[in-house]
Design a protein around this ligand. Sequence first.
Ligand code: THG
Length: 265
Amino acid sequence: MQIIGEKINGTRKRVAQAIMERDSAFIQDLAIRQAEAGAAWLDVNAGTHPNREPDDLIWLVETIQPVVKVPLCLDSANPQALAAAIQVVQQTPMINSISGEPSRLEGILPLVAKHSCPVIALAMDERGIPETCEQRMAVVHKVMEATRAAGVPDEKVYVDPLAMTLATNTQAALITLDTIHAIRREFPNVHLTIGLSNISFGLPARSYINRVFLTLALQAGLDSAIIDPLDREMKAVLIAAELVLGRDRHCLNYTRAYRAGVFGK
Ligand code: THG
């Protein structure tokens, strides 16, 4: 299971402030703590201000990469911002994201192919996030046709089936879990990822919902997630779930994590 650390996100108030004030220490601390907590990638989102996004994303990349070894996951829908940031990254970044939207396929997929980047592919298009599993799979088929045509191997694609909040549709989690199963069946070589916390948006005590959903999604075939690596309870659930699902030979990961104080005690 690969964790994509979610904390450097300009839609969070404190991070937006740090970006505006060019507070390197605050951003570097978030990067170091997430890397130490085992994040395989650090998501980097500069917020959505169209004029400032390229400069802000470049500043974030140049602030983060001197202090950590983990690669970055550039989180933007803006081809200009992504193209600018790719020029300053030292390690091949993951691109978050393409979708079925023609503007993203035309603007972002060529960058992905040119730089051989891993890429997150959202199960949505210009009409939004489809309601049903069947409709989401139609979008996934369209996006996979485009990535294959561009020469991107399936192993580099992280399909995001998307989670919507249960607060407005109590079937939302089941739809996403069905979509994970379908992607696993129809595209056995892709990775799967998800921004977990959308599932509980607007509900109280969200962490219970997020943890149960993570467990079920892992069973369905999820192999990476955009989460908070500093959340000890979430980490415990993740490592225990992988053990229960037969993905932890000799229980080594679980027992080592326990002894290292990752959870328990
Ligand atoms: N799929 C993909 N990328 C994504 C998402 C997704 N990127 C953005 C988002 N969704 C995932 N990232 C975050 C980052 C931070 C928070 C949630 C998701 C977060 N939220 C706090 C909360 O939920 O309580 C509130 C904000 C705050 O702390 O200020 O921290 O789905 N491909």
